[in-house]
Design a protein. Structure first.
Length: 139
């Protein structure tokens, strides 16, 4: 059964490959097509998240840097950085999904794909980034 979590995890895999393996955008989509959720709506959700992060990366990274004093993106673990990017994009672009749900999903995904301390770090960063939605910095 497909879920939004599966879609987010797939998007994370795609972002990881793009960020860490120097693979081209189209190739990432092709390589990871087997991980895409089976249900069409979740497949579309996963691809839209991936594309959205890629297309808005500069803006996303600007906000992350704004709210992570003394933590440059390059110093973050690749997985953590991309979980934060993914969740930041969702906060910016999916007003129909609760910010708390987005943060919870990011924390749970970090527990699966990253270190035991990453979930606390990601939760703290995303808690600061909630302001993007609550103050309508980004429409």
């Amino acid at each position: 059964m497909s879920t939004r979590r599966e879609a987010r995890e797939c998007s994370l895999r795609m972002l990881y490959m793009l960020d860490n393996c120097a693979i081209k955008f189209d190739d990432v989509c092709n390589y990871l097509s087997e991980y895409l959720p089976k249900r069409e709506s979740y497949k579309i959700f996963a691809i839209n998240l991936f594309k959205g992060v890629c297309e808005n990366k500069q803006n996303i990274d600007f906000f992350i840097n704004l709210y992570t004093k003394n933590w440059e993106l390059e110093r973050m673990a690749v997985v953590d950085r991309n979980i934060i990017r993914l969740a930041t994009y969702e906060i910016m672009a999916t007003p129909d999904i609760s910010v708390n749900v987005i943060i919870n999903e990011a924390v749970e995904i970090s527990k699966k794909f990253s270190t035991k301390d990453s979930s606390k770090f990601i939760n703290g960063v995303l808690d600061k980034l909630k302001i993007i939605r609550t103050q309508k910095i980004v429409e």
